[in-house]
Design a protein around this ligand. Structure first.
Ligand code: RB5
Length: 154
């Protein structure tokens, strides 16, 4: 699995911790900003990573800002993206089992590193349950088809 990562300045330190964790586990990932010492708008780095996810070169994205909320809003403006802010192992598990989350968002100012790593571990290990949850995802896809003009790519 290849993961596209991004953060703003408020998520930078946590992103570094997540990247070390992923590389220890042998999971391929690329960082689409921001870099050390940069002060950026979460919207810009978030969009960059999501565009990569939409190319299908990456299977998942992890986006980190101060709260995880701004990144989730940005990511969910893209067709086919189901971005879920997660705050503990349970929310991470459900985001995969029930929502088939393909983008995890985390808050660098609200989640300590050890908890964030547990969330990432559970989010990566948990499979989508399908069944009745697929029916609900299909309804979300129908909403996307109704309101999104672009096919997901520019
Ligand atoms: C940056 O100060 C902060 O607003 C941002 O990281 C994020 O929390 C927005 O949702």
């Amino acid at each position: 699995m290849k993961i596209a990562l991004a953060s703003d300045h408020a998520g930078y330190e946590l992103k570094k911790g997540v990247m070390s964790y992923l590389s220890e586990k042998g999971i391929d990932c690329d960082d689409f900003g921001c870099g050390p010492g940069e002060k950026v708008d979460y919207v810009d780095c978030g969009e960059k990573a999501i565009k990569k996810l939409l190319t299908k070169d990456y299977e998942r994205a992890i986006l980190i800002c101060g709260t995880g909320l701004g990144m989730a809003i940005v990511a969910n403006k893209h067709k086919g993206i189901r971005a879920t802010p997660c705050w503990d192992e349970y929310s991470a598990e459900m985001s995969r089992k029930h929502n088939d989350s393909n983008c995890l968002t985390l808050g660098g100012r609200v989640i300590p590193l050890d908890e964030a790593l547990s969330i990432v571990r559970v989010w990566l290990e948990t499979e989508f349950e399908e069944g009745r949850h697929q029916r609900r995802i299909d309804k979300i896809i129908k909403i996307e088809e109704k309101y999104f003009k672009s096919k997901g790519k520019e």
